[in-house]
Design a protein around this ligand. Structure first.
Ligand code: SF4
Length: 366
């Protein structure tokens, strides 16, 4: 590592050890640093801020009720127009029958559901789906709908974000996933997702959810056209929101998968393991107010996710039965990890596997 980079990283280390908050320049220094140095630094930041040897995972089921979407994000291989043969929209009853059948085969404590922004349904479709899922599985936490989907429901119904969130919460919604954030910088959004809701809307939905006592998650989709400066800007905006409302349960860095998107035709490739580890360390170091950083094995594979536990991550997400969105874009990982395997990887990394619920209450430890 060059002398200048080493000096900048020494400044970061000094700040971490003295509990001083990292700034924009520190964020750049981290992203430009040697990845191996970052692992040790991020892991010590995690411990200094109260982290332990526990590594969390949740037993969850991924479902998608509709892939019909009006937005056409350029990185998306999941969405379809209603005329395409692969388009689907299933009813609440069909979805409930499906998850009950899945429940008979495998246990789960959380349903994670995101969808396309389907212009051919109404708000009742979403509210009734949550109510039907909650009726059928009252002990299962419903982590459903990105901020973009919540905003889409306001355009379908004429309701406000607050009205929509209140109605969904009353029907049984437990929390929101963190998707739709992508990269907040205008330049990036214009290039990869020009039709998507603005960052201001994303933040307003999360801010409103937190004020209603609905916890949420936050993400960044990295590894496409964004610069290091834009990554730092994104993470600082999330940190400022967390300062205001404290409702983010976890941050999940999402690696861009180019297959079956326009980016594949332009020669883009999957992110490298080095960049994936760097992003985990960077997010742990910068997000001093978000307690949990997830190594999302569905993208990076379990072997690298286990290494990521030494780069600031303390959560490997979940058992993830039937993930479709990243697999449509070329994820080569399994769609499901058996608990035994998660436990084996976590233990082998020298950590204590702890099964949690969505809100990070401990359910079981090994
Ligand atoms: S990422 Fe979401 S909003 Fe964008 S096209 Fe895909 S399904 Fe639609």
């Amino acid at each position: 590592m060059a002398v200048v980079e080493q000096r900048a990283l020494d400044v970061v280390r000094g700040k971490v050890e003295s509990g001083e908050r990292l700034d924009f320049e520190d964020g750049l220094a981290i992203l430009e640093a040697d990845v191996l140095e970052l692992g040790e630094l991020a892991d010590s930041a995690r411990r200094i801020r109260g982290g332990t040897d526990e590594v969390y995972f949740v037993q969850n089921l991924y479902v998608n009720q509709t892939n019909v979407c009006r937005v056409k994000c350029k990185f998306c291989a999941f969405a379809a127009t209603s005329k395409q043969p692969q388009a689907y929209t299933i009813t609440a009853d069909e979805l409930v029958a499906d998850v009950l059948a899945q429940r008979a085969a495998t246990g789960f404590t959380e349903i994670h559901m995101v969808n396309g922004e389907n212009p051919h349904v109404d708000f009742g479709f979403y509210r009734d789906t949550i109510a039907a899922l909650h009726d059928a599985l009252p002990d299962v936490h419903l982590k459903c709908y990105t901020a973009s989907e919540i905003h889409h429901m306001t355009t379908l119904s004429g309701l406000t974000h607050e009205d929509v969130l209140r109605e969904l919460k009353d029907a049984g919604l437990g929390s929101l996933p963190g998707g739709g954030a992508e990269v907040f910088a205008d330049r990036v959004r214009r290039l990869v997702a020009p039709g998507k809701e603005s960052p201001e809307i994303w933040f307003h939905v999360h801010d409103t959810a937190h004020s209603l006592g609905i916890p949420t998650h936050c993400t960044m989709l990295y590894g496409h056209v964004e610069t290091y400066e834009e990554r730092v800007d994104h993470i600082l905006r999330l940190r400022a929101q967390q300062d205001r409302t404290g409702g983010f349960l976890a941050f999940i860095p999402l690696a861009f998968h180019p297959e079956n998107t326009v980016f594949e035709r332009r020669g883009w490739r999957h992110t490298t393991g080095t960049d994936d580890l760097k992003m985990l360390a960077f997010s742990r170091l910068m997000l001093d107010n978000v307690p949990n950083i997830k190594a999302y094995w569905i993208m990076m594979g379990m072997p690298l996710a286990a290494v990521a536990l030494h780069f600031g991550a303390n959560d490997v997400q979940g058992t993830v039965v039937r993930e479709e969105i990243f697999h449509a874009a070329g994820a080569r990982t399994e769609t499901e990890q058996k608990i035994d395997e998660l436990v084996r990887f976590v233990r082998d990394a020298g950590r204590i596997p702890v099964q949690r619920d969505t809100l990070y209450n401990e359910l079981h430890r090994w």
